[in-house]
Design a protein around this ligand. Structure first.
Ligand SMILES: *[C@@H]1O[C@H](CO)[C@@H](O)[C@H](O)[C@H]1NC(C)=O
Ligand SMILES: *[C@@H]1O[C@H](CO)[C@@H](O)[C@H](O)[C@H]1NC(C)=O
Ligand SMILES: *[C@@H]1O[C@H](CO)[C@@H](O)[C@H](O)[C@H]1NC(C)=O
Ligand SMILES: *[C@@H]1O[C@H](CO)[C@@H](O)[C@H](O)[C@H]1NC(C)=O
Length: 485
């Protein structure tokens, strides 16, 4: 019974072992590893193994169209084969490995190879070209190469890489750097670097610099004038300027709407014109005009009239007290009823004011501040005025005004506290001058009288004095000194 069973099994076992033998000798399963990118002109090296195949094993690197690229034989059957080929432009495509062992052949996975061409001759092109454009317009810079593939681009602005911090100032996509609305801060030099990378080997090509210029629109021009004497006649120097804008521009002077002079400003946006004037005579309405290739703007008008100093001159005295009702300062203002360019000077007891240690002049000398009132400062004050443009002209003098210390002697404590108050006032003055300077930065006046506004002043005193200033006729021309940003 047992014997018969064994006899029945035998053919099955034989068949099975045969099957195993056939399938074993047929199963050549090669595996291909290697690069999917390689530089043009380099050698691409692949490895092929067919584990478990009986030696000798023949390996072949074959392209997708069947061309044999490289081959090698492994006599032992335990070494992976190294199959290399020189990369040409035609090398791009899919590759697989074919392994033959014991009369059986197997085909591996396939690897697609890209041929990387290193960048050559990188240049930046701009739109518009040349890269000179007005603020608010669109700028596109493109990084181009004569030859190259698989490229990455890096931009540099003023030699600093455009990334992270300054990326939101620029839009960088692909090989382009775009600024939708340029501002003056985009002006500067730009260059780009094109690069490729294959297995940690990088190749670069850098462009040369391109200089981007951003032009600023000119602001409405401003006008002012000063007067000087030349021999027996008088001339006005009419100055026109724009506080903002890129030169060049043409400035012209219009008198009663007719252009009389024109100058070309190439370095800074200022032009000046000298015209003859007769003091006391209205010479007409003057305007400035600024013209660029894109703009034409006219200033506010100014009446070209020089009123000689005349009428009444008077001194107005104001006393300022501390919160404890102590006299802290005196504010003397010289009122000149007529005159476009008055020059004011002060007299104390009929001699020209010596420079008192606790005094200051503001408003072009028209306001005198006495920050301490001692015997030295007491006396009769007068002011006088003449035309600043005529040093031989007559002075018009005011009546005398008595300024006196009326208080009784002060105690030491009072002295100390008043000194402290004065110190505080001084600090205030310095601060207010700074603030005023910031605001008045771009103002310009017809420079005629000595300017002492940088000296001592109080914020309160200054504002009071400024109020007075507008009453005086000589600043008619300041009204137009607006700053446009
Ligand atoms: C960048 O692009 C976005 C969307 O296109 C745009 O809103 C932004 O203004 C651009 N920035 C610059 C600096 O051009
Ligand atoms: C870039 O450089 C230019 C000079 O080439 C300079 O005028 C400009 O202020 C610089 N801009 C910045 C943002 O650094
Ligand atoms: C006219 O004034 C400008 C400044 O505003 C000055 O630079 C120029 O020299 C003056 N011209 C004359 C002739 O005084
Ligand atoms: C400015 O003046 C020059 C001559 O001085 C002239 O050639 C030029 O065309 C003028 N430019 C404009 C924008 O008017």
């Amino acid at each position: 019974m047992k014997n018969r069973q064994t006899r029945n099994l035998l053919p099955i076992l034989a068949l099975a072992s045969l099957f195993i033998k056939i399938s074993g000798s047929n199963s050549v399963h090669p595996v291909l590893t290697g690069p999917d990118k390689a530089y043009l002109g380099s050698r691409a090296v692949y490895r092929c193994t067919a584990p478990g195949s009986s030696p000798p094993v023949r390996y072949e690197l074959v392209s997708s169209d069947g061309a044999l690229m490289a081959s090698s034989v492994d006599p032992q059957g335990d070494q992976p084969a190294t199959l290399g080929m020189k990369v040409s432009e035609a090398s791009a495509g899919a590759y697989h490995c074919r392994a033959t062992a014991g009369g059986n052949t197997g085909v591996s996975n396939s690897i697609t190879l890209s041929v990387v061409i290193p960048p050559l001759q990188t240049t930046v092109t701009s739109e518009p070209f040349p890269p000179v454009l007005y603020e608010g317009s669109r700028l596109v810079l493109s990084c181009g190469v004569d030859r190259g593939s698989h490229l990455s681009y890096t931009w540099f602005f003023n030699r600093t890489e455009v990334d992270g911090d300054i990326e939101d100032v620029f839009n960088v996509t692909g090989n382009k750097l775009v600024v939708e609305e340029v501002t003056p801060e985009h002006a500067g030099s730009y260059y780009c670097i094109a690069s490729t990378s294959v297995q940690d080997i990088q190749r670069f090509s850098s462009s040369s610099d391109i200089q981007v210029t951003v032009k600023v629109y000119v602001s409405k021009p401003e006008i002012s004038f000063s007067v000087f004497r030349e021999g027996k006649s008088y001339r006005a120097n009419v100055t026109c300027w724009s506080s903002r804008g890129s030169p060049p521009a043409n400035f012209s002077l219009l008198l009663d709407e007719a252009e009389v002079y024109s100058v070309r400003a190439t370095q800074s946006l200022v032009g000046w014109f000298v015209v003859e004037v007769v003091p006391g005579l209205d010479m007409g309405l003057a305007h400035c005009q600024v013209k660029t290739e894109l703009q034409e703007l006219k200033s506010e008008p100014v009446t070209l009239e020089v009123v000689p100093v005349g009428g009444d001159v008077s001194v107005n005295v104001e006393y300022l007290y501390t919160s404890a009702s102590r006299l802290a300062a005196a504010l003397l203002t010289c009122k000149v009823s007529r005159g476009t360019f008055p020059l004011v000077s002060w007299l104390l007891d009929d001699s020209v004011l010596p420079s008192l240690p606790h005094s200051a002049l503001i408003n072009e000398g028209q306001t005198l501040i006495l920050t301490q009132l001692g015997p030295e400062e007491s006396g009769s004050y007068r002011c006088r005025a003449r035309d600043s443009y005529d040093s031989s002209g007559p002075w018009v003098e005011s009546e005398a005004q008595l300024v006196q210390v009326t208080e009784a002697r002060m105690t030491t404590t009072e002295k100390i506290s008043i000194s402290f108050c004065c110190f505080l006032l001084l600090v205030l003055v310095v601060c207010s001058v700074c603030v005023l300077k910031m605001f008045n930065h771009d103002r310009a006046h017809p420079q005629t009288a000595p300017v002492n506004s940088d000296d001592l002043s109080l914020s309160e005193l200054t504002s009071r004095a400024e109020d007075k200033k507008t009453e005086s006729p000589h600043i008619d021309f300041d009204v137009h000194n607006q700053v446009y940003w």
